[in-house]
Design a binder for this molecule. Structure first.
Ligand code: ATP
Length: 235
């Protein structure tokens, strides 16, 4: 039996005196999407940081395609993250002075792939994601929706098994949110990755295969149509 893409058991994470996650369990299979909602400040971004090995939890195990994230040596972690996890942030977080294709090729160049190969892969991904025409435009001139598509191309460039998206539509209007969601939620089937997406937007959250709500340190399964969000954690 192959290992699930993401398997989290008993995750406990505190920052300062606040426990953000208490004995949380979570799993995601290849080709599926999972969204996490929760009040502002409840710890959604911190959860993603833990999954990527960027934040060390107090207890619990996180396995990504069988690898125990806590067991990675410091020297291994960055290279592991580069090939295993793709990140998409709220504002794209592209390097503004680089073109779209240069941004999308960057992880491959850092991973040591040749320029021709890296740029070819990046160009193909941009085309597949509907932004082939802006490949040579500087990231600084792209629209919000284009930026997010380029950010997704960058996240996918190393073909990671796990894509983490933190409020990927938070800076977009309603129509662009719909378009970007159509693209995002097709990724698992199209590229075989697992997608874990954090959002305040219930419409976005409900498009995932599975929806969890983070509240006072616990992750609750929410059936489609029943999750709700609030604006502050209140903890
Ligand atoms: N590096 C840090 N140092 C100190 N406090 C932190 C740090 N990172 C997060 N926090 C605190 O941890 C709590 C959870 O933050 P986090 O960003 O994970 O919440 P969130 O649910 O993603 O919030 P939002 O929806 O507003 O983005 C907040 O109270 C935040 O201030």
């Amino acid at each position: 039996m192959t290992a699930p893409t993401l398997e989290v058991r008993g995750l406990t994470c505190a920052i300062g005196r606040r426990t953000l996650l208490r004995q949380a369990d979570l799993s995601a299979e290849a080709g599926t999407s999972l969204s996490v909602m929760g009040p502002s400040g409840s710890g959604k971004s911190t959860l993603l940081s833990c999954l990527a090995g960027l934040h060390t939890p107090q207890a619990g195990t996180i396995r990504v395609v069988g690898t125990d994230v806590a067991a990675l040596r410091p020297g291994q972690a960055a290279a592991w993250r580069l090939r295993t996890i793709g990140f998409v942030y709220q504002f794209g977080e592209l390097l503004p002075e680089l073109s779209a294709v240069e941004n999308a090729a960057l992880p491959l160049l850092i991973a040591g792939r040749g320029r021709r190969d890296a740029y070819g892969t990046a160009e193909s991904l941009l085309a597949e994601l509907g932004v082939g025409e802006v490949a040579d435009s500087p990231a600084s001139v792209l629209s919000g929706g284009e930026r997010q598509r380029v950010a997704v191309a960058r996240a996918l460039s190393t073909r990671p098994p796990l894509v983490l998206a933190d409020e990927p539509t938070g800076a977009l209007d309603e129509r662009t949110t719909d378009d970007v969601c159509d693209m995002l939620f097709r990724l698992p089937a199209r590229y075989g990755c697992a997608l874990v997406l954090v959002t305040h937007n219930p419409v976005v959250a409900h498009r995932a295969d599975r929806l969890l709500t983070l509240r006072e340190g616990a992750l609750h399964d929410s059936a489609p149509g029943t999750a709700h969000d609030t604006t502050t954690a209140g903890a």
